[in-house]
Design a binder for this molecule. Structure first.
Ligand code: OGA
Ligand code: MN
Length: 271
């Protein structure tokens, strides 16, 4: 075994110790994918990487979609001169998973800090498999057939609480998606599907729906399901986007914080 994994908390997050050549060779890729699917997040520390390394590592783990970034690298920055979609990215400070509106939500992502913010800017992840597993059985049963409508519009109210009519109409042009509240994966394991795009529970009154979504977000983001990552340069972090939510903790928009992200294409359709 050329890989050593250390649990960072009981329910989520592992640090993997491996040398760069082995990581690039992909001989441990299957083992890393397996750890990711149970631990939600894996991190590698003190690994000085180039963009090319990052993309090469991603390719050992899955497929990089062509529609994001340049050469497999997408710049996460709240500075509009670095990322034209900086305003949209402000939504990443709310609990979310990526690509929840796609038919194939992203499998995961690799994130590597290029410039840290002097204050704030850590990232938190929660394990939505563990959160589901721990629910009382009768609650699990009551959620079995519930569906939640997700919309890009809903997530934008967190960024711009008082959107103009034009803004609302613009976001409403994006298709909404009805998703199960409980995601039964191909493995048979189940996770909670929540996040900033979760708009309302189908068939519920507005109040009952808001209350349930808040209750379950509170539940899933309790400390025992959360891994809080304090970034250091030369970190590489990978998350399983199908069994976690994440959020950036606040940082100054002009801090220069810059992360390079490579996403892994989803492998499991969500209907
Ligand atoms: C993302 C994201 C959080 C961060 O890259 O999808 O939400 O801390 N990033 O930058
Ligand atoms: Mn994100």
């Amino acid at each position: 075994m050329t890989l050593e994994a250390i649990n960072l908390t009981p329910r989520i997050g592992s640090e993997i110790k491996i040398d760069l050549d082995t990581l690039l060779a992909g001989t441990e890729a299957k083992a890393i994918r397996e750890i990711l699917s149970y631990r939600g997040v894996v991190i590698f520390r003190n690994l000085p990487l180039t963009d090319e390394h990052q993309v090469a590592i991603a390719k050992t783990l899955g497929v990089i979609p062509e529609n994001e970034g340049v050469g497999g690298i997408y710049k996460i920055s709240l500075d509009k001169s670095v990322n034209a979609r900086a305003d949209y990215l402000k939504g990443s400070m709310m609990w979310h998973s990526d690509g929840s509106l796609q038919r194939y939500p992203n499998l995961g992502a690799l994130l590597r800090p290029i410039k840290l913010s002097p204050t704030g800017g850590d990232t938190e992840f929660c394990n939505t498999y563990a959160a589901y597993d721990d629910l009382p059985e009768e609650e699990k049963a009551s959620y079995e057939n519930l569906r939640v409508v997700h919309s890009a519009e809903h997530s934008q109210y967190y960024v711009t609480p008082e959107m103009s009519y034009e803004e609302v109409k613009m976001w409403q042009q994006m298709p909404t998606k009805s998703l199960p509240l409980v995601w039964t994966h191909q493995t048979g394991r189940k996770s909670l599907l929540l996040g900033a795009t979760a708009d309302y529970v189908e068939g519920y009154t507005v109040e009952k729906s808001r209350a349930l979504l808040a209750k379950l977000r509170d539940w899933a983001t309790q400390p025992q399901y959360v891994y809080h990552h304090q970034w250091q340069l030369n970190d590489l972090l990978i998350w399983d986007n199908t069994g976690t939510m994440h959020r950036a903790l606040p940082y100054d928009l002009d801090s220069g914080r810059l992360m390079h992200r490579t996403i892994l294409e989803g492998e499991e359709p969500l209907n």
